[in-house]
Design a protein. Structure first.
Length: 134
C-alpha cells in the first residue's frame, strides 16, 4: 500500500475493540471542548504529567463519537475505569498525535521527509540567493 497511509487507533474496552479514526470532526470537537491536542501533548511532555482521567475520558469520548460510536461519556468512563485507565495513556497519546498530523504517524513523516530530501538532493524550505536576485 501507500506509505502515506492514514492510521486508526484501536481501543480495547470491555472485551470489545473500538476504532478511533482521526478526522477533522474529532479534532474540531476536541479542540473546542477539551483543548488543542498540541497543547495537551506539550503539557504532558514538558511537565512529565500524564493526562487527567477527565481529560482522557473527554478526548476519547469525542473521538469515538466522531468515529461513529454512540457510547455515552458515562458508559465509556465505566469501561476505562474497569480496564484500569492507565492502560489507555498510550492509545490516547497516539490518537492526539495523529490528530495533529493529518491522521498519519509522526515518525513516518520524518523518515519520509529524509528519504525525499535524499532523493531530490534539494533542501526544502531553503531560499537560494540566486532565486532572490532574479
Amino acid at each position: 500500500g501507500d506509505s502515506m497511509e492514514k492510521r486508526d487507533v484501536t481501543l480495547k474496552l470491555g472485551g470489545e475493540e473500538y476504532t478511533l479514526v482521526p478526522s477533522f470532526k474529532a479534532l474540531a470537537d476536541i479542540s473546542a471542548k477539551v483543548g488543542d491536542p498540541t497543547h495537551i501533548i506539550l503539557r504532558s511532555q514538558t511537565m512529565g504529567q500524564p493526562p487527567s482521567f477527565t481529560q482522557m475520558l473527554k478526548v476519547l469520548h469525542l473521538g469515538l463519537k466522531a468515529s461513529g460510536y454512540s457510547l455515552t461519556e458515562e458508559e465509556l468512563g465505566e469501561m476505562l475505569f474497569e480496564g484500569g485507565y492507565g492502560e489507555f495513556y498510550e492509545p490516547f497519546g497516539e490518537f492526539l498525535g495523529l490528530l495533529t498530523n493529518g491522521g498519519r504517524a509522526m515518525e513516518e513523516e520524518g523518515n519520509r521527509a529524509q528519504r525525499r530530501a535524499g532523493k531530490s538532493k534539494a533542501k526544502p524550505k531553503a531560499k537560494s540567493p540566486k532565486q532572490a536576485a532574479s
